[in-house]
Design a protein around this ligand. Sequence first.
Ligand code: ME8
Length: 633
Amino acid sequence: MVFSANLRSYLPLGGDRASQGIHTFMTSEKVIITTPIFYPTAEPHVGHIYSLIVAHLLKRSFHKKGNKSILVSGCDEHGEKVAQKALEQGFKNPQEYVDKLSEKWQNTFQKLDLSPDLFMRTTDPVHIQFVQDVLTHLYEKGDIYASTFEGDYCVDCEAFLTSTEMDSDKNCLIHKKKTEPRSEENYYFKVSKYIDKVKDLIKSGSFIMEERFAQDALNIIEASPKDLSISRPISRTTWGVPLPFDRNHVLYVWVDGLLSYISKASLSKNDAMVHVIGKDILKFHAIYWPAILFALDLPQPKIIVTGWILNREEKMSKSLGNILSSEDILSNGGIDGFIHHTIGQVPFGEDLDMTISSLQDKYQSFCVNGLGNLVSRVSKIFTEHTIPLDHDLVKKSLDLNDGILENGFLYIDYLGYIQKILRDLDKYLTDSAPWKQKDPILKQEILAPVAGALKFLVPSLSLFFPAAAKAIDDNFPKTGNTLRCLQHLTLYPKLIIPTETVTAPSQDPSKGIKAASPKSSTSQTITLDEFQKIHIRVALVTECTPVPDSHSLLNLKVHCGDPEDIKNLFSGLQKYVDPKDLIGKKVFILSNLKERKMRFGISQGMLLCTVDKEDRPYPVFPHPDSELGSLLS
Ligand code: ME8
């Protein structure tokens, strides 16, 4: 498929490794798509749900390309951490505990309409039998041996850590907890036998879809022990798959977990596999798993690495107590707003900030005010007409549908183009004002390109928002080229925001820059006294630089008239403002915000901004004659 000139103006054609990867699967019998299997001890939260969203998006892409696929997700139910929690919570045995928890996870996935085709549980007897067969095979092949290992163990990671994974006090960098020194007689898998093949695979460029993680994987190989400890003595824990050749040991939970991808989905030589993983578990998927697959003479997967969802610039996780749950998604607009917030906001591999108010904003801006509003405007007055196939707007929808996966580009761009088409349709409606047209036939003629474009946009929309796309498709039935509209359609109800869930701007960490949108603040009132507690002052920016390792933050140094009293600020403007343009400018800052320790340093205030229709932030500049330090009143 070659893009028409029409669409070329929309699409900066280039390579997206994720969707280019999809092409190589065309000869496969089936594609196994996986998310990580999750430790059930945590509440399912938006980070876990993100990986399911990506996996479902891939599944729909494969379907569109005519590939058979199976989506595997589930719970990682063995290991010390799970056994410990079961004990702490007073369960008779870990099995009872994981039965209860995995049911909760399954229900959550179902509620979000994100159930996988196969919900794996590592305590499933079929899985356990498969794992033992694999272990027997590898043992008989000479790929497993016994030895003693000494290292620093993090129970939350369920892993021995390398020096690069700990700080100087041997605290785990992810869980911020002290590791335990351990020395154990264990069984080892000979990763070293396959490591050259693994390195070649990583270097091939067709294994890890996001290039920068390939280099990370190679660095991890250099820092890691040459073989992998794959067993735990039963004196430490009995909660695992017993090794078939030594009943005094159970299998290391990570090997158990990795094998769950194929134990019931049964990977055969003609199948393909794609794993959606967070960047925290790269080591296991980019090094140990391919080594195991090489040892088993099975096909190698592709890996799509997603970044982290952050809260206050920290990874969201149960152990840090800063999570947003599935209920937060559902009560703040639902899954389509969340999809827009994740897939539409950053390419795979990059981190993104999320708060209740950013969830609300995404839902309102894309779902309610964007797609929902357009569909409502058209379906209110369109009844029936022939689709003008040669109309520019209709052709753009058709081209987007046909061309998209053939050429391969980022899903974030794809969603961006859908939005651009929706905006063009909206503008056309506003400019042509069909509601003013008295002649009913002419009125339908004006509306037909928009209704037709929406109808042809359904396949593209269904990749991201299947339920909304189906509702549009059903509401606009087509016979030949004649399109009808059945009823006035409200796709997305307006969000009613209870006062207590409104996040005041000073508490909205994901932005740190943005006034609460008028949409979400109208229901909240404050007294004059309360307002006087808020010190918004004129400040001068003396330094402004991008924060290394952050895709969004700028680091500003400002003062309110006393150059000796410099405040350090962070602001999520990196994508929108050239730092040079802020230096020497007067800005407004919230100067009495409580200091916060962030990953990158201390934050001592907040730069005030507003946003445009597309949620782009702009700093607010005071009058040039405003005195430094003066209060906004
Ligand atoms: O690691 N942002 O399970 P787990 C984005 N059982 N994604 C996040 C996230 C966040 N803040 N927090 C978690 C395990 N995730 C093992 C996996 S697979 C054979 C075994 C996602 O419950 C992300 O995909 O700790 C991460 O890799 C996964 O959840 C870890 O889930």
